[in-house]
Structures are given as structure tokens and as C-alpha cells.
Ligand binder design. Structure first.
Ligand SMILES: [Mg+2]
Length: 283
């Protein structure tokens, strides 16, 4: 966890290569949101979060992370493998029968790093709140991180959880919204607008930080560290992280169309040519 910024940037590029190769290999999966969240995951697991290896499910005295928008599992799996949770070679089993790397993360397969099954949207905030409250009961001062899609915020359970977390002063929780403005069927504003999300979260009693450069690794590290400094003050902390779906691959950016579509052979070749890295090898 003491990598330099240059090493972390190289790792981010490698994670992008992993995402594209994993999804291409089985012609199935979600590259768009995965690519957009690479800097978040790289910052969280490479710099910001305190955790121990080998992985333990209970993770007492460690920070926890819960992925609520489980369909972006490729970026989660690659990040875990690249940070030593399980063998990098296992990324080649993504979405295959009997693999521990199911399309949406599950706990049944006992994959190191996974503490919650996800895919049904809107549930991860409630889980994160529960764990955060349990840590308080245990006298455990570590933090809980969650990640959500912006389209996911259209789920009603999210707003119940937002209300609960503020009312119960769950101030050891840092929830990030991947604010890419897109979801499976189009632009979030067209499908069901979130309106002034920053104002809504504040009105619900959350401390709200906003970062416009969610694909700038140093900016993401800075906003996560800023969020850490806001914990313990009686309010849960939200980060509205502006990202670009498909970041790093020119033909995947600027549209929702790569939310859940795999690149073909020529598209993979083009994408990988845009993401050259020397420091870490492909799986
Ligand atoms: Mg989105």
C-alpha cells in the first residue's frame, strides 16, 4: 500500500487492460462503468483504505468496501487481484461456469475480497450502514466505503438508507456515487433525473464532497482523503465523483452504449493499443 503515484497510474492502465480482456474473452460483461471507476478503485485499494492480507470475511479493525453496483465487477476483480487478494491468473475465469468470478459478485464462491453479493441495485448502502453500525458497537474505529451508480440512486431503498444513516449519525461511512450521467438505457437525465443531487444529499443530512475530475488519480486520492477527514463528526459522508463511462478508450466514451456490451476482436485490439503499459503483465 505504499506505491508511488506513477506506479498507481501504471496499475490503473493495467486494470483497464484486464477489464477489456476479461469482458472480450466471454463476450459478456460491463466495460463502460468499470473503465470509468478505475481511478476510484486504484486509489481506494492502492492508497486510501486500510486492510490486511490474507483476507478475512470479518475484517475486524480494517476498513471495509462494499460494491453496490455489482455489474461493474470487472474493475473490482482486477483491482483485488492486482492488490494480492487472489491469483492474477484467476481473472481468466471471469463469467465462466464454476468460476469464483461470477458476472455479479457473490459470497458463495468465497472469493477473497468479496463480503456482499451484489447486482440487485440499491442494496449496498443499507449493507454498508449495517456494517458501519456494527463497527461502532464493536468499538472498531475503522471505516466503511460503498460505491453506487448514479442510475442506481433511482432505487427507493437508497433514499430510505440515506435518511436512516443521517438520523442515526453513521459517521464512519464514506459513500461514493459514480456520477457518469449514464445508465443502461441512456442518459440519467433522460431516464429519471436526479435533479440537484448535491442539494438533495445535504438536505438528507449528509456531508457532501464533489469531485469533477473523477478520472484524475491524484484528485480521487485527494477527495477520498478529504472524506476521511470529515468522518467522526456526526454525519455520513458522500462523494459525488464525476467520471466518464468508458474512460480511456476513445470509441467507448461519450455514450451509454458500452454499459453492458463486449468489444469484438478488432475493437479489443484498438482499445488495447490505447492502453499501453510496461510495468505489469497481462494475466
Ligand atoms: Mg451511471
Amino acid at each position: 500500500m505504499s506505491k508511488s503515484i506513477e506506479e498507481l497510474k501504471a496499475q490503473a492502465t493495467q486494470i483497464r487492460r484486464d477489464i477489456l480482456r476479461m469482458v472480450h474473452a466471454v463476450n459478456s460483461g460491463h466495460p463502460g462503468g468499470s473503465l470509468g471507476c478505475v481511478e476510484y478503485f486504484t486509489a481506494l485499494y492502492g492508497k486510501v483504505m486500510n486492510y490486511k492480507l490474507p483476507f478475512s470475511m470479518e475484517g475486524k479493525g480494517e476498513d471495509h468496501f462494499y460494491l453496490s453496483n455489482g455489474h461493474i465487477s470487472p474493475v473490482f476483480y482486477s483491482t483485488l487481484a492486482r492488490n494480492g487478494f487472489f491469483p492474477i491468473s484467476e481473472l481468466s475465469t471471469f463469467r465462466k461456469l464454476n468460476s469464483r468470478l461470477q458476472g455479479h459478485p457473490t459470497t458463495h464462491e468465497h472469493l477473497e475480497g468479496i463480503r456482499m453479493s451484489s447486482g440487485s441495485l440499491g442494496q449496498g448502502l443499507s449493507v454498508g450502514i449495517g456494517v458501519a453500525l456494527a463497527k461502532k458497537l464493536d468499538g472498531d474505529s475503522s471505516l466503511v466505503y460503498t460505491l453506487h451508480g448514479d442510475g442506481e440512486l433511482q432505487e427507493g431503498q437508497i433514499w430510505e438508507a440515506l435518511m436512516f444513516a443521517a438520523a442515526k449519525k453513521v459517521d464512519n461511512l464514506i459513500s461514493t456515487i459514480d456520477y457518469n450521467g449514464r445508465q443502461i438505457d441512456g442518459d440519467t437525465d433522460d431516464v429519471l433525473s436526479l435533479g440537484d443531487l448535491n442539494a438533495k444529499l445535504r438536505a438528507f443530512g449528509w456531508e457532501v464532497l464533489e469531485e469533477k475530475n473523477g478520472n484524475d488519480l491524484e484528485a480521487v486520492i485527494a477527495v477520498l482523503e478529504h472524506a476521511k477527514s470529515k468522518t467522526g463528526n456526526g454525519k455520513p459522508v458522500a462523494i459525488i465523483l464525476h467520471t466518464e463511462m468508458g474512460q480511456g478508450v476513445d470509441f467507448m466514451m461519450g455514450s451509454h452504449s458500452w454499459h453492458g456490451k463486449a468489444p469484438n476482436d478488432a475493437q479489443l485490439e484498438s482499445a488495447l493499443s490505447q492502453l499501453y503499459v510496461e510495468t505489469e503483465a497481462d494475466y
